[in-house]
Ligand binder design. Structure first.
Ligand SMILES: NC(=O)c1ccc[n+]([C@@H]2O[C@H](COP(=O)([O-])OP(=O)(O)OC[C@H]3O[C@@H](n4cnc5c(N)ncnc54)[C@H](O)[C@@H]3O)[C@@H](O)[C@H]2O)c1
Length: 470
């Protein structure tokens, strides 16, 4: 069952200086038993939260020969998986079917089997509340389940993106306390009775090149023994594991990565706004700047940020800093610029309609692409939804087409994708390209349209006065 294609993993250890006392904790029976179960791939793996992150992770460990039990509080998802069907685009149904049939993977919506698990990985959502503060209630609910079904000798790893300090401040005390119920009133000790680490998930849905296995995995344990066991666990499956000195560092790594993207997208969105005022084509500028072989990395403007990560994660960091009386200025500025982009693009639609002496009110608008990025079926935080709301508020009659999303029943919208035809643009006053899916024939869109607003440079090969670019 162990696949041949998993190569020897390189664990890179950064700044870990184990002391004699911490080395001693690696001589305990509990540690040695878990260590050998992990190496022999006999450890029972539990994954809480079977979404975009948890399901591919479960499949990767099942493929490596571990028995994986998935837990999700959505019974429909569990039912679908147990029928061998995937609901995640990057996970083929054939894979789920294979591991369910061979009993390397099973899924449950109740949590008693957590007690059987040697390793438990938490992959639950970490959204923002209405007030844009971190909502860690899903993490707390998952930890409560672990606490109810814990036993000594388990390795718990949090993968959900969150602010630095979450693992130590939320998970650690709760897991220590679970000993009071099962350990004659004596709290469990982390690094001796159980092991705790944070490891950020870096999955990029729809990326054909990088997946769970070939994307390096960062881990930070609460103690040296925790970090080492987590590194051993991941190194059975991932090609490269990077060990950092603490869960806080590992939590911060993820936030740095996503803040880096948010700030650079904010910068390039502002460049697009500046270029409009200067009457310069921002796409041409970015393309030419990209010819510099060092010191420049291309980011592209668009109608705004989408997905479960980039629009949300930096706010986890700025919230944490606010509690320390510090304003994370780059983050706040990027959030302000990026969230102004849907309105900026709607103004472009109004300008395009003006060319034909039409108002937004009463015009028929086709939104082309509602997924938050190309070639995926994920609507979460999609700026196209904001644009639909803004256009409707101005009186436009809005339809959409997306080859990956047949229906939107989300965010107060209930719409069906109009059917593709080679004349798709002909029924509309303006077509707005909001997601540049590769399978859409943009030449046909342009040919059939009166006006096109292109927020993604999908029509870069065409020169036509009907096109309004971002
Ligand atoms: N989607 C991405 O591209 C991506 C990339 C990197 C990191 N992340 C992070 O990973 C985490 C999970 O994201 P996701 O995209 O997989 O979310 P998701 O919504 O796709 O999946 C989460 C799953 O957890 C389940 N769930 C919620 N509460 C639960 C509970 N208490 N017990 C059991 N199951 C529960 C939900 O039903 C859902 O199936 C988030 O913190 C996110 O920021 C996501």
């Amino acid at each position: 069952m162990i696949p041949q294609n998993i190569t020897a993993t390189k664990v890179v250890q950064m700044k870990n200086n184990p002391t004699a006392a911490s080395n001693k904790l690696k001589e305990t029976e509990i540690y040695k038993k878990l260590h050998s179960l992990l190496l022999a791939r006999e450890a029972q793996v539990g994954v809480i939260g079977l979404g975009y992150v948890g399901l591919p992770l479960s499949m990767a460990f099942a493929k490596a020969g571990y028995h994986v039990t998935g837990f999700d509080n959505n019974p429909q998802k569990v039912e679908s998986l147990m029928e061998g069907k995937s609901y995640i685009q990057d996970v083929p149904t054939s894979e789920v079917e294979q591991y369910v049939r061979s009993q390397y993977f099973s899924a449950y919506s109740e949590f008693t089997k957590l007690n059987d698990c040697d390793v438990i990985v938490v992959c639950v959502p970490t959204p923002l509340s209405k007030a844009k503060d971190p909502d860690v209630s899903f993490i707390m609910a998952a930890v409560e389940k672990i606490e109810q079904h814990s036993r000594p000798g388990q390795l718990i790893i949090l993968e959900s993106t969150t602010y630095p300090g979450t693992t130590r401040e939320i998970l650690l005390p709760q897991l220590e306390k679970s000993g009071e119920i099962r350990n004659n009133g004596k709290a469990y000790e982390c690094g001796r009775d159980f092991f705790l680490a944070f490891s950020p998930e870096r999955v990029d849905p729809g990326n054909p090149k990088f997946n769970v296995i070939n994307t390096p995995k960062v881990v930070g344990g609460v103690t040296d023994a925790c970090g080492e066991l987590a590194a051993v666990f991941y190194s059975q499956v991932m090609e490269r594991v990077i060990r950092v000195s603490s869960p806080e560092s590992a939590e911060m790594v993820k936030l740095l990565e996503n803040t880096f993207r948010s700030v650079n997208i904010g910068l390039v969105n502002e460049v697009a706004i500046m270029c409009e005022k200067l009457k310069i084509d921002c796409w041409e500028v970015i393309e030419a700047a990209s010819s510099k072989p060092f010191g420049f990395m291309a980011f592209y403007p668009g109608p705004g940020l989408g997905g479960h990560c980039i629009p949300i994660d930096p706010s986890y960091l700025s919230w944490k800093l606010r509690s320390l009386n510090y304003t994370a200025r780059f983050i706040e500025l990027a959030v302000a610029i990026n969230s102004s982009m849907p309105a900026f693009c709607v103004d472009k639609v109004a300008l395009a309609l003006n060319e034909d002496q039409k108002s937004v009110k009463g015009s028929k608008v086709l939104i082309l692409g509602v997924a938050y990025k190309r070639d995926i079926d994920d609507l979460r935080e999609s700026p196209a939804l904001d644009m639909i709301h803004l256009l409707q508020a101005r009186g436009a009659k809005v339809d959409y087409h997306d080859p990956y999303i047949p229906r939107i029943h989300w965010d107060g919208l209930d719409m069906e994708s109009v059917t593709w035809s080679d004349q798709i643009g002909s029924k509309y006053d303006v077509v707005v390209i909001t997601t540049d899916h590769a399978k859409v024939d943009y030449a046909k869109v342009l040919k059939s349209s009166v006006r096109v607003v292109d927020t993604r440079n999908a029509l870069k090969d065409f020169r036509d006065e009907r096109i309004t670019k971002l």
